[in-house]
Design a protein around this ligand. Structure first.
Ligand code: 5GP
Ligand code: ZN
Length: 116
């Protein structure tokens, strides 16, 4: 379950402190240390999965639950009306830097398309 070399597994274990936005038995959401928008929260499964490419079919409910929690956190923060962006970076060309799957929730500024 836990990878001893993984920063996000250490955040889950509270070995690295973070500002937690949401937590339940299978999901943790915390504020990004280097925010790219006024709201920038990272959602992760507590299960160590390297990336979207490493997801198993049996993880589909877990991924669906993460999206549902993003919906709820966005609603609770009052950002749903103006809108927000959910981002998953996968692998080198996707710009992934931490190899524990995560979904960025970005909000409270106008985001542009295409992304860089
Ligand atoms: P990626 O680039 O892999 O899509 O996103 C990784 C994100 O994790 C980055 O936005 C980075 O700022 C964030 N991050 C990396 N280390 C830490 C940390 O120790 N604490 C927090 N809160 N965020 C982190
Ligand atoms: Zn991990």
């Amino acid at each position: 379950m836990k990878d001893p070399n993984c920063i996000f597994c250490k955040i889950i274990a509270k070995e690295i402190p973070s500002k937690i936005a949401f937590e339940n038995e299978e999901i943790l959401a915390f504020h990004d240390i280097s925010p790219q928008a006024p709201v920038h929260i990272v959602f992760i499964p507590k299960k160590h999965i390297v990336s979207l490419s490493d997801v198993k079919n049996e993880d589909s409910a877990l991924l669906g639950n993460i999206l549902v929690q993003i919906r709820d956190v966005a609603k609770n923060l009052g950002i749903a009306e103006n809108g927000y962006r959910v981002v998953n970076n996968t692998g080198k060309n996707g710009g992934q830097t931490v190899f524990h799957i995560h979904f960025h929730l970005l909000a409270e500024r106008q985001l542009h398309w295409p992304p860089g």
